[in-house]
Ligand binder design. Structure first.
Ligand code: SF4
Ligand code: SF4
Length: 196
């Protein structure tokens, strides 16, 4: 019954597998031997919809929707820990970068992708995070109802952040030369575009 239900809801698309293989780091997906070391290493595993190992397994199966709608690639911090321990040397963080791009191009969004973009926008602007502004922008992305629901769920965290002055009303000063930061980010974006 459960198998039949799962089969009925999951769609397999072999073209998706080929599409990932063609990406800059897609060939690494073929190298994985499904040993399971990466999920036991990853400190974010508890928050991820799918473990890094499972993501690779589902890419090979062509489960496009399941892969691209997950929050896994948006939560990866590129810490390199799993890559250091992987017996095949798979640079999981690079595979995750490719998946982010695919998800974005295909129009998949979730709370984690919203947070990732809001965070990047904030850091790109002044080189520092403004937690107060970030919280408001993230709330606007989620919509007022979802933002209030999340705020209630996380009220302990919110209270602690306020207590420790981690939700300032005014933005922090920018880094010394934000124009240089902008140039660096523009250059990185141009290189990424060149590499396709
Ligand atoms: S540690 Fe490497 S080989 Fe093992 S499951 Fe993760 S990516 Fe695959
Ligand atoms: S690089 Fe990403 S997937 Fe790997 S351990 Fe770090 S956060 Fe987890």
């Amino acid at each position: 019954m459960l198998m039949a239900e799962a089969g009925a809801t999951r769609k397999y698309d072999p073209e998706f597998t080929k599409e990932v293989y063609k990406m800059e780091n897609g060939h690494w997906v073929k190298m994985c031997m499904q040993c399971g070391i990466c999920p036991t290493t990853c400190t974010l595993r508890g928050q991820m919809d799918l473990s890094p190992r499972r993501i690779i397994q589902l890419i090979r199966s062509g489960a496009k929707d399941e892969v691209l709608k997950s929050n896994t690639m948006w939560l990866c911090t590129s810490c390199y820990t799993c890559a250091c321990r992987c017996p095949r040397g798979v640079p999981m963080m690079d595979v995750m970068h490719d998946l982010r791009r695919l998800a974005e191009e295909a129009g998949y969004v979730n709370n984690s992708s919203h947070m990732s973009k809001v965070y990047y926008g904030d850091v790109a602007k002044r080189g520092r995070v403004w937690e107060g502004g970030l919280t408001i922008k993230y709330g606007l992305k989620l919509g007022i109802f979802n933002a209030m629901k999340l705020g209630l769920e996380m009220q302990d965290v919110v209270m602690q952040m306020m207590k420790h002055k981690r939700l300032p009303i005014f933005p922090p000063p920018s880094v010394k030369n934000p124009a240089n930061l902008r140039k660096m980010l523009d250059k990185a974006a141009a290189l990424a575009k060149e590499e396709g």
